[in-house]
Design a protein around this ligand. Sequence first.
Ligand code: ZN
Length: 260
Amino acid sequence: MIKFILNRVPRGMLQRMAGWAMPLVGLFYAGRGVQCPLCGGRFRKFMSYGYVEVRRNALCPRCLSLERHRLLWLWLEREGKLAEMATGSTKFLHIAPEVCLSKKFAALLPPDNYITADLESPLAKVKMDVQVIPFADSTFDVVFCNHVLEHVDDDRRAMRELHRVIRPGGWGVMLSPVDEARATTFEDDTITDPSERTRLFGQYDHRRVYGMDYARRLQETGWKVEEIDYLATLTPVEHKKYALRHEILYIVKKDRHAER
Ligand SMILES: [Zn+2]
């Protein structure tokens, strides 16, 4: 019964329930089979999660991290990115902040240096459209914009805007769902019906499905892009312990010598 409910409750609602209901859910998942590197929680397994296809062992019952958040977190931690942020005066722009990551960054950075932004989410400090960012050039050192660009009308415009507000030498994380079986991105602006979008793009509000040219698209808007198969660097024991799955980490950089 609990499983039935959990598999059908939207993640937004779970986020609102996180304060009071999730500790109870955590009890149901009590055990030591898996561990979440973000909240440190240990569970029998993670919760099932997914819009179209339900993935087992995906969602942390405590902080709501998914496989990609855990993979990214391990990279940030082990590559010294968190330590780097904690020591300096890093100005961080977090678009469509994921609750599990946002809590960690808010604890790491002074409030004035950590700006969350979203079109709608009440969890974000700044309400804005990523295609028209209300900040001056070179304002930030770091930007995170994960699982956003596939929803945006003009994703290239958003990529250029993100590049503009980052200082030369700054960096960011721009994960998007990429279909590695496709060489090129598939988009068709005439498709507006939600069920057609789900069928063709994988979710009712997606505008496109990126192919292996995703990195090139970012490069064309000015970014340097590093594609990291981080999962491949971890051990099978770690894959299982943290319940990870393959997703390329797209780490972007703004050229040190770029014009301001
Ligand atoms: Zn967690």
